[in-house]
Every structure is written in structure tokens, then in C-alpha cells.
Design a protein around this ligand. Structure first.
Ligand code: S3P
Length: 432
């Protein structure tokens, strides 16, 4: 079926495995002795690069009939890698594994593609150097990362001032081979899969939250237990089809087996406030993660919204697709405090604004706030989308074909393989 202004979204949708959880389960089962089984692992390029890196660091990972089996090494026993570790496009992969290596007595060189080579690493390594790891970065902040880990990490207290799950998780992974109690204070809006997985693997970890912050205490007196883990559907990938269904009146979509961890579904709350008719059903908890099915039955057009900066971390990866929803909602939407978007796979704040204008939507950036002047009229479209190989920009502006008179032109679609290799297949299956 063509995907354009006349399309609606219908059917039963099984989103791909969650990217954040896929990275983490490969890394953490790689720190257990014995056999772990992973099903529904996301087979996107980012995760496959993490898998290859873990192999170079000593994990035995086998695939048999869609299932992955991991035989890891205990904390502190990573192998000396023989070659540099290539993380492609993945900030999560490179940052988390730098954390893991920092408390192991090995040397490594970690690098990535053109986009990853421009992303800030000091935000992570400044913490890891404190335990005694020796780290060199290009121009003091960018990859490649040259690291010599320490076999005797010092247990410390950390105060993380940027809301970032990657910074926190890198520190937590370094703590796996640090004797004593490691304490972390961070914003509670960041995703907490590392904490949940460690709990499920029997690790001695305590987590408390107040109104704004989370306090984590890790005591290294227990090893991680092997686990059988079925990766739930990725809300960040599902966000494209969920938003598409909310955009087009008459759409009816059932989403099966999706992760609904509260740190990940800010966009669902936002869409509901905008008038999205989304019902959460069949809630269940597996390995400390909340999972559910969704029913979307869109009967009216969306309204604009003002999103406060404190809520941005809860939907940091979904602002590009929410911008498309805002473009088709009558009135002014403001997404406040989007500074973190400027250091993602691309400068997403600039690219969203640029491409919205190209397709015929009035928008502007004021400091780090994005103003989108939406209305229900079809946009002119017909633009060549400038996605700079950023998977989420590409997928968002592909969905924008639903609200344009003329379809836009997307050259080189291969970057969807980063996080969602089956994106176009799912679109054609669910479009009517
Ligand atoms: C991720 C954390 C977020 C998010 C990224 C995945 C993770 O990044 O944008 O796509 O898996 O920890 P930050 O930690 O930089 O906010």
C-alpha cells in the first residue's frame, strides 16, 4: 500500500525488541558464569556491535533458532581485546562498555562512525577516571576512547548533574568490579533498566527516589546470576506507528508486548494529553519491567501541547516524532529545554526545525526551546529530507508523509538498520 495523506494505520503490531534493554542484557549476561538465554533481542546494528564487542571481551555468544545463548565471564575477568572495538553509531554501546572496562585490568581502543566520533564522551569518562582508569579522548572529549582500566576500582559517591541513563549505567557497570559500596545520585527521569536488570540477576542494589532524584546504592558482595530474558517491545521504535495512528482519524492499532516502564512512555502521556486515544491493557511485570498491550482507536484530531523541560528526559528519543504530531495539531506547541537533543546521533533540534520548514510547517528555535505552529491543513511536502543518517529523524519525516500533500523524498534509507531494521516492513503491513 502507498503511504501518504490518504493512509490510515490498522492491525496488530508487534514492535521490535527494546534497544536499551538489548544492549544491557548482552553486557550483563556477559558478566555471569553459566548459560543465559535471550529471546526477542533487537537485531539492529547498534546492538550487534555491542554483541561483537562483548565477544572480544570474553563472552561466548551463540545464536540458535532466533535465540541467543550467552556464556559470560565473572566481573573483573574481561579478556584483553585483540583489536579495537567498533561501536558504529551507538552512544549507548560505547559509553556503557567504557564503564564496564574501566574497572578491569585491560587496555582497549573504542571507536565509532562519523556521527559517534562527534559525540561527547567526557560526561562519562570524567566519572570513570576517578576510580583510577586512565582514559584519553580525541580533543579531550570525543571518540576514539583509549582506556587502561584499573583492577582495583575505588568505591565512590557520584552526583550526576546531566539527566542521562548512559552516564549512570557506565558508572554502575564499573561498580560491578569495585569492592565496597558505590553510591549514585541522579535525576529520576532517566531510564532505570540497568537497576531493574541487576535486581533480577540477584545483585545487591538498593534504589530510592524522592520527588526529583534517584539514589542508587550498589554493594559488591554478590555475583550476578545467569538469567533467561525475553526482551519486550521497544516503545521508542513503536512511537512512530503509535503517533501515526494518533495522527490519522479512523486508525485502529493494537500494540502487543510493549515495554511501559514509566521512564520510557512520556510520549504516550504527551499524546494522550494532545487527544490521542490510547488505552493500556494486560499490564504485567516481568524481570522488574512493566509490559503491556495498547489499543489505539483515533476518533478526533490532536491538540497542541506545552512540554516542560523537566519532562524531556522521559521522551528524549521521541521528540522528533512528537514534532510531526505537533505540526498537525491546531495551535502552538512548545517543547522546552531540548539541549540534550543537540548531542544525539545528529543535532536533532536543528534537524527537526530545518525539516519541518522544508515540508511547509512554521517552526522556530528560541534558545533550546522548539516552537511549532501547527494546523490541520495538509503541508506542501515534496521536500528532500535532510536526515544526516540519523535513524529517528528519517523515520519521523517518513511518517510526515501522512500529513503532506506530496510525499517527501528520503534518499538512502539504510540508517533505519541502526535501531529498527523492520521499520518499512511494519509500515507496509499496517497501512491501509
Ligand atoms: C539510552 C539513553 C538515552 C537515550 C538513548 C538510549 C540508554 O541517552 O537517548 O537513545 O539506553 O541508556 P542519554 O543517556 O544520553 O540521555
Amino acid at each position: 500500500m502507498p503511504f501518504n495523506k490518504n493512509s490510515i494505520i490498522k492491525g496488530i503490531y508487534l514492535p521490535p525488541g527494546d534497544k536499551s534493554i538489548s544492549h544491557r542484557i548482552l553486557i550483563m549476561t556477559g558478566q555471569t558464569v553459566g548459560k543465559s538465554k535471550i529471546t526477542n533481542l533487537l537485531e539492529g546494528e547498534d546492538v550487534i556491535n555491542t554483541l561483537k564487542a562483548m565477544r572480544q571481551l570474553g563472552s561466548k555468544i551463540k545464536k540458535k533458532k532466533e535465540k541467543y545463548y550467552v556464556f559470560g565471564v565473572p566481573p573483573g575477568s574481561l579478556f584483553q581485546p585483540k583489536r579495537s572495538l567498533d561501536f558504529g553509531n551507538s552512544g549507548t554501546g560505547i559509553r556503557l562498555i567504557t564503564g564496564l572496562i574501566s574497572s578491569n585490568n585491560i587496555k582497549a581502543n573504542l571507536f565509532g562512525d562519523k556521527s559517534l566520533s562527534k559525540r561527547p564522551m567526557k560526561r562519562v569518562t570524567q566519572h570513570l577516571s576517578r576510580i583510577g582508569a586512565k582514559i584519553k579522548l580525541r580533543k579531550g572529549t570525543y571518540p576514539p576512547i583509549d582506556i587502561k582500566g584499573t583492577g582495583n576500582g575505588i568505591p565512590l559517591s557520584y552526583n550526576i548533574t546531566i539527566p542521562s541513563a548512559q552516564i549512570k549505567s557506565a558508572i554502575m557497570l564499573s561498580a560491578l568490579n569495585t569492592n565496597g559500596t558505590v553510591k549514585i545520585k541522579e535525576f529520576k527521569t532517566t531510564r532505570d533498566h540497568t537497576e531493574n536488570m541487576l535486581k533480577s540477576m540477584g545483585y545487591n542494589i538498593k534504589v530510592k527516589e524522592n520527588k526529583s532524584h534517584r539514589f542508587i546504592e550498589m554493594r559488591n558482595n554478590k555475583e550476578l546470576k545467569n538469567i533467561n530474558y525475553n526482551v519486550p517491545g521497544d516503545p521508542s521504535s513503536a512511537a512512530f506507528l503509535i503517533t501515526a495512528a494518533c495522527l490519522k482519524v479512523g486508525s485502529k492499532l493494537t500494540v502487543k508486548n510493549i515495554l511501559i516502564n514509566k521512564t520510557r512512555i512520556g510520549f504516550i502521556k504527551t499524546l494522550k494529553i494532545m487527544g490521542g486515544n490510547i488505552r493500556v491493557i494486560n499490564k504485567r511485570k516481568i524481570h522488574n519491567e512493566l509490559i503491556a498491550d495498547l489499543k489505539i482507536e483515533q476518533k478526533k484530531n490532536l491538540n497542541p501541547i506545552i512540554l516542560e523541560s523537566k519532562d524531556v528526559p522521559l521522551q528524549v528519543d521521541e521528540i522528533p516524532i512528537l514534532s510531526i504530531a505537533a505540526a498537525f495539531a491546531t495551535g502552538l506547541t512548545i517543547f522546552k529545554g531540548l539541549k540534550e537533543l543537540t548531542v544525539k546521533e545528529s543535532n536533532r533540534l536543528l534537524l527537526i526545525n530545518h525539516n519541518l520548514r522544508k515540508i511547509g510547517v512554521k517552526s522556530e528555535i528560541k534558545k533550546y526551546d522548539l516552537y511549532i505552529y501547527g494546523n490541520q491543513k495538509l503541508k506542501k511536502g515534496g521536500a528532500i529530507i535532510n536526515h544526516q543518517n540519523d535513524h529517528r529523524i528519517l523515520m519521523s519525516f517518513f511518517i510526515a508523509n501522512l500529513i503532506c500533500k506530496k510525499n517527501n523524498i528520503v534518499l538512502d534509507k539504510t540508517c533505519v538498520n541502526t535501531s529498527y531494521p523492520t521499520f518499512f516492513r511494519h509500515i507496509s503491513k499496517l497501512t491501509y
